[in-house]
Design a protein around this ligand. Structure first.
Ligand SMILES: N[C@@H](CCC(=O)N[C@@H](CS)C(=O)NCC(=O)O)C(=O)O
Length: 236
């Protein structure tokens, strides 16, 4: 499979899981990043060109040859199929895989970005309350994911095959949670998720990719300050 181009902002949120997948699988791709400049000028310049921004005029989009695919869940399913993982995992494994993709993207990655953007998206929001609600919801989700991974023996099997899309999105979600909440996440001990994050065979590739082109999680201006405030509020 050649001629792959991923277009996304110079941020992690909805794009890093694909960069991680390509890195961990040694797949060549063009990592096209739209700069986070003032007023998103670089994005505004291409937004209406649907050959670049896709049918919904939003990123990420994936180009593969003549195909243009948009929406994270659709791109994820496409890559999962194209790289043979559907065949590899079998019926039950695919249901588990797709469930991890859904919960990690919808209930972890998306709310993390929502919290970082909360003061912009909901003017007047109480950041302290928003952070505590987000933390509590993330903790509940992490508890059920911990239990599902145990039931499915997912972590016992991660060395049996190359990192899947589900591995990449879950690892990325856990890593983003670490960046945003630091030691302030609290909640139950989750040995399986900790092991997944620390011992995943793709970890070196995931971290190398992050180190090669460091970027913030979202496109919000001043994100490091927002994260510092979230952590200070949660510590109080
Ligand atoms: N449902 C879409 C959401 C995509 C999305 O909202 N992308 C944002 C960046 S994270 C975007 O392109 N925003 C620019 C805009 O809407 O003009 C997905 O899952 O891919």
């Amino acid at each position: 499979m050649s001629g792959i181009r991923l277009r996304y902002f110079d941020a992690r949120a909805r794009g890093q899981l694909f960069r991680a997948f390509f890195a961990a699988r040694d797949i060549e791709f063009v990592d096209e990043r739209i700069p986070l400049d003032t007023d998103f000028a670089s994005w505004q310049a291409i937004r209406d060109d649907q050959a670049l921004s896709g049918p919904l005029k939003r990123l990420p989009v994936l180009h593969h040859g003549d195909r243009l695919i948009s929406e994270v869940i659709v791109i994820a399913a496409y890559l999962h199929r194209q790289f043979g993982d559907v065949t590899l995992l079998g019926d039950e494994g695919n249901v588990h895989h797709d469930t991890i993709v859904s919960v990690a993207y919808t209930d972890l990655v998306t709310p993390i970005a929502g919290l970082i953007w909360s003061e912009v998206l909901t003017p007047g929001v109480d950041l302290n309350a928003a952070a505590r609600i987000a933390r509590s919801r993330l903790n509940r989700t992490l508890d059920v994911v911990e239990s599902a991974l145990n039931d499915w023996r997912w972590v016992h099997r991660i060395r049996e095959h190359a990192p899947t899309i589900a591995d990449c999105v879950l690892w990325e979600a856990l890593d983003q949670i670490g960046v945003v909440f630091g030691s302030h996440l609290g909640g139950n001990a989750r040995p399986t998720l900790r092991r997944f994050h620390e011992e995943h065979p793709g970890r070196a590739a995931f971290e190398r990719t992050l180190a090669l082109r460091p970027c913030q999680i979202t496109g919000r201006a001043g994100e490091p300050d927002v994260i510092a405030r979230i952590q200070a509020l949660l510590a109080g």
